[in-house]
Design a protein around this ligand. Structure first.
Ligand SMILES: C[S@@+](CC[C@H](N)C(=O)[O-])C[C@H]1O[C@@H](n2cnc3c(N)ncnc32)[C@H](O)[C@@H]1O
Length: 327
């Protein structure tokens, strides 16, 4: 049995009123979690043990992963839920094609659907997953998508300004950059990227149009922002904002959370990992509104990854996990 010594923030759920406890250094047994080598290369599942504990994954249970990505979480759930089933959705057809292969060894226990989680309820109904024992959202984009040329998520290469999770969807980042007014661009950067210099950057983008590719956009933003060399690239917030606008991520998240209330069994669990404050705020407010009615929060405070995980996987550094139980 391989033992990994790690400092993690949550592990135990106790008794009928679940509580999460902070522990120091202890042994986490990882022999039961084996995302394959390909998953490790591309997308390491974030806060895996915390998600499995939070969802209380058990034998025979039926779970839904709304954001399959590279199937890291999905595979671990299927390894734990015995003869139970998993329904996995992803808006990206490339992700679902990859996951179909990766989950083939689980046979009929894994159902993969290329769909947006705003349609969670009818899809879960159609595949016999209502009521479900747990629903997971691991938001944003996967490392595989970030690394893929042609998808336009990265400013480190000269890729087309695309950023769509679903390549058949209508508006691309280029459409937004080319056709939005300077004011609309500033609003997008401020609202979805929390960019304090949104007006200045929007003015520079409007003046530089047409912008040929992601690298050119990043350079326009870098020059306009006046930010010095830091750990994060000056265009990070702009790229995040455009991606959120292209994929209508905020409104779809609201829709997905609302559907979860209708899909989960009483006592079923929801786990949501957000990667920026705008996203996390939507989850937090949803749970505040639903507190004691549709859902009960399992932890009052947001759960953050351990320092060990952040050292091993830089992508995890901004992750924020919220857990709730359907009442
Ligand atoms: C962070 S990755 C998930 C990684 C996954 N948990 C793993 O361990 O491999 C997020 C995935 O969610 C998908 N996604 C984002 N928004 C979506 C939506 N509204 N509906 C369905 N899938 C979505 C993206 O295409 C991406 O593949």
């Amino acid at each position: 049995m391989k033992r990994i010594y790690a400092k993690v923030s949550v592990l135990h759920i106790l008794g009928p009123a679940p509580k999460f406890h902070r522990y120091g250094w202890f042994a986490m047994q990882h022999d039961h979690i084996s995302p394959d080598a390909d998953a490790r290369t591309y997308h390491q599942p974030v806060m895996l043990e915390e998600v499995l504990c939070g969802l209380d994954v058990r034998e025979g249970g039926n779970y839904i992963d709304c954001t399959l990505g590279d199937a890291g979480h999905a595979m671990a759930i299927l390894e734990r839920n015995g003869d139970g089933r998993l329904l996995g959705l992803d808006a990206d057809p490339e992700a679902t094609a990859t996951c179909r292969q990766r989950l083939a060894r689980f046979g009929g226990r894994a159902v993969v659907v290329n769909a947006n989680f705003e349609d969670l309820e009818p899809i879960a109904q159609a595949h016999g997953f209502v009521p479900a024992d747990g629903v997971l959202f691991d938001l944003g984009l996967s490392s595989r998508q970030l690394d893929a040329e042609e998808r336009g998520f990265s400013f480190r290469r000269a890729d087309p300004l695309d950023m769509r999770f679903t390549p058949s969807a209508s508006a691309t980042a280029a459409d937004i950059v080319d056709t939005s007014s300077e004011e609309e661009l500033a609003d997008i950067l401020y609202q979805f990227g929390e960019e304090p210099r949104s007006r200045r950057i929007a003015r520079a983008i409007a003046a530089a149009r047409p912008i040929a590719n992601t690298m050119e956009l990043a350079e326009v933003v870098r020059r306009a922002s006046g930010y010095g060399r830091g750990r994060t690239h000056p265009a990070t917030r702009t790229f995040q904002a455009l991606r959120i606008a292209v994929n209508r991520e905020m409104e779809r998240l609201e829709a997905g959370l609302a559907s979860t209330g209708r899909v989960l069994a009483h006592g079923g669990r929801m786990a949501v990992i957000a990667y920026h404050s705008g996203e996390d705020r939507i989850v937090k407010r949803f749970l505040e509104r639903e507190q004691g009615m549709g859902f009960r929060r399992l932890t009052k405070k947001v759960i953050k990854p351990s320092s060990v995980e952040v050292r091993q996987n830089r992508r995890a550094r901004s992750a924020r996990l919220r857990l709730a139980e359907r009442v």
